[in-house]
Design a protein around this ligand. Structure first.
Ligand SMILES: [Zn+2]
Length: 348
């Protein structure tokens, strides 16, 4: 509510209009989405709210984007001469390769004729709960539903006293093997208390048939590594394996060049970036906000994360002001701040 009031004040003072003008002057905005879920499936999913947008809100977002912006594919240089120079160019990307990207998002993207890119993990195609955070969240919910015995189980997770999101953030910092051992202990303790996960397919990734169908429908497919390991937390040889193997598999399965990449969790380092370049990727995307300008490092292109809460007002419905604040103000402010930091550091 407080954020909404702030956004309305920004709009009243013309700041959203100014941010939109600033973004258009400097380049394009790239959006990151993860999951588009029909309202009936929101409850069943273990994904955190920051990764999810409802089907109705996504349709309203596309309506806004196609009416007021120019939705561009990633193959277009942001500095290229625009077909409609008065509109802000916006590119849509999806991370992870969830099945709902194919079943729920694609039909809407096709209806609005909006191009998009999907970054998939080549080693996690066709899985139920392909990523560990949904395993944790689903078990967490089941443990809490079970009552007192459940809190003793969730207490096994580091950071759990501050809630589920804090526990997941904490676990992201673990090395993958150590995290897996801890999660196995967590699952064993839950199962000893009779808490088990239901065989629910709400959190599934696309299989290769789905990925091929998306590619045939004109969606660009990029790599999000083989197994979604956070690249700054694994040895350099493993980083190289993650980025080269996923590119090789995607090219083989789709019979197409794959030169687009997005960093899992947005985490990168100079060494990781170097491996991504050596593996043959042309463009790589982070999750840091900003504008995709002509001067941006092509292997560190910023993106704006979009979820339900970022584009809806207090009524729970799509809000144009919230959307413009998230898209343009966030991108413009991050770009402006990065520019002034560079100036202070004396860089050209
Ligand atoms: Zn991801």
């Amino acid at each position: 509510m407080l954020r909404y009031a702030q956004v309305c004040a920004f709009r009243a003072f013309g700041l959203l209009w100014a941010a939109r003008w600033y973004v258009r002057r400097h380049g394009a905005v790239v959006l990151t989405l993860h999951r588009v879920l029909p309202e009936s499936e929101l409850e069943r999913s273990g994904s955190l709210p920051g990764m999810v947008i409802g089907e109705t809100t996504f349709a309203a977002l596309l309506e806004y984007l196609t009416r007021h912006c120019e939705v561009i594919p990633l193959t277009i240089d942001p500095a290229a001469k625009r077909r409609t120079p008065s509109r802000v160019p916006v590119a849509i990307t999806f991370d992870d390769g969830w099945r709902d990207t194919f079943t729920t998002a694609l039909p809407l993207l096709e209806r609005y004729k909006a191009p998009c890119t999907v970054f998939v993990c080549s080693g996690l195609a066709g899985r139920t709960r392909p990523f560990w955070p949904e395993r944790v969240a689903s078990l967490w919910a089941a443990a809490h539903a079970a009552g007192n015995g459940g809190s003793a189980v969730t207490a096994l997770l580091p950071g759990s006293e501050r809630g589920l999101e804090a526990a997941i953030e904490c676990l992201k910092r673990f090395d993958p093997a150590r995290r897996e051992r801890l999660l196995e202990r967590f699952e064993a303790a839950a199962s000893a208390k009779g808490i088990c996960l239901k065989q629910d397919t709400a959190d599934s990734s696309m299989d290769w048939e789905d990925v091929r169908s998306m590619a045939l429908a004109g969606v660009a497919i990029g790599s999000h590594t083989s197994s979604h390991k956070i690249l700054t937390r694994i040895p350099p040889a493993e980083v190289m394996e993650e980025v080269t193997e996923s590119r090789r598999v995607l090219q083989e399965k789709l019979n197409k060049c794959c030169d687009l990449f997005s960093y899992p969790n947005g985490d990168w380092s100079e060494e990781v970036k170097h491996s991504v370049a050596r593996a043959g990727y042309r463009l790589a995307f982070t999750t840091a906000p900003g504008i995709w300008s002509a001067e941006a490092d092509t292997l560190l292109i910023p993106r704006i994360n979009i979820s339900e809460a970022w584009v809806t007002g207090p009524s729970g419905r799509f809000s144009r002001a919230m959307c413009e604040y998230r898209l343009f103000w966030t991108a413009a402010w991050a770009h402006f701040r990065a520019g002034s930091r560079q100036n202070r550091a004396g860089k050209p």
